[in-house]
Design a protein around this ligand. Structure first.
Ligand SMILES: *Cc1c(COP(=O)(O)O)cnc(C)c1O
Length: 230
């Protein structure tokens, strides 16, 4: 695991340098969905402290114990969030990257009130306006970001997006980066195992890598799927 992580960090640094950027500008979120806790523990031992999960229940099973071994650990929710799981999500995650609809904003505000805790938030944009994917449609993104900023203030720090499969991701990444800049949001979460170098070239400040670090997942879980939302 230490060797894999070092090699991956070197690829990230090379992509950053290639783009005239500093490797320190880019946060690696290790996406550990389907990965057993022992392998996550090995990544922690190798120095990786930021992780992403796409399901609340799975994160709730694995991470409380891991956190006790690594106080600096940061946990991001990168998958769609159902409103009936917002309280648990607010308790569990440091960052919620999938804020993508007004109803979820309402639920998160209520949950934060009850829990006395508000994670950092990114607005997720459906970059290809694909019906099967989560994310606010592009055309509604500006208004939604403004509404979230008014409601959540400094807790809203970024945007997240996944380009459609099988097309050049760069125009999609460029659109998301421009959107973040337009709103003065410092965090741009884009790029996965297949396309993170392109994302870094266009300005990603955070890349979310699963397979590039942990290896292939079981086939049915390979693509980022959309859990049921409401
Ligand atoms: C699974 C997932 C990733 C990581 O995908 P890889 O192809 O394994 O790097 C990143 N972001 C989201 C939202 C995911 O669901």
């Amino acid at each position: 695991m230490a060797t894999r992580l070092a090699a991956l960090r070197e690829r990230i640094a090379a992509a950053a340098r290639q783009a005239g950027r500093s490797p320190e500008e880019i946060t690696l979120v290790a996406v550990s969905k389907t990965v057993p806790a022992e392998r996550i523990a090995a990544a922690i031992a190798a120095g990786q402290l930021t992780f992403g999960e796409n399901r609340v229940q799975e994160a709730a099973r694995k991470f409380p114990a891991l956190r006790r071994t690594a106080p600096g650990l940061k946990l991001h929710l990168v998958g769609a969030l159902q409103t009936n799981k917002t309280r648990e999500a607010v308790r569990l995650f440091d960052v919620i990257e999938s804020l993508d609809r007004p109803r979820l904003a309402d639920a998160l505000a209520a949950a934060a009130d009850k829990e006395g805790r508000l994670p950092r938030l990114y607005v997720e944009v459906n970059l290809g306006d694909e019906p099967q994917k989560s994310g606010i449609p592009r055309a509604e993104a500006d208004a939604f970001i403004e509404a979230c900023r008014a409601r959540f203030g400094e807790a809203l720090v970024g945007v997240m997006g996944i380009p459609p499969v099988g097309v050049d991701p760069r125009p999609h990444f460029a659109w998301l980066a421009a959107c973040a800049r337009r709103h003065g949001l410092p965090v741009i979460s884009m790029g996965m195992s297949e396309d993170f170098e392109a994302a870094i070239a266009v300005g990603a400040t955070e890349i979310r890598l699963g397979r590039a670090l942990f290896g292939e997942r079981p086939a049915a879980l390979r693509l980022p799927s959309r859990p049921e939302t409401d």
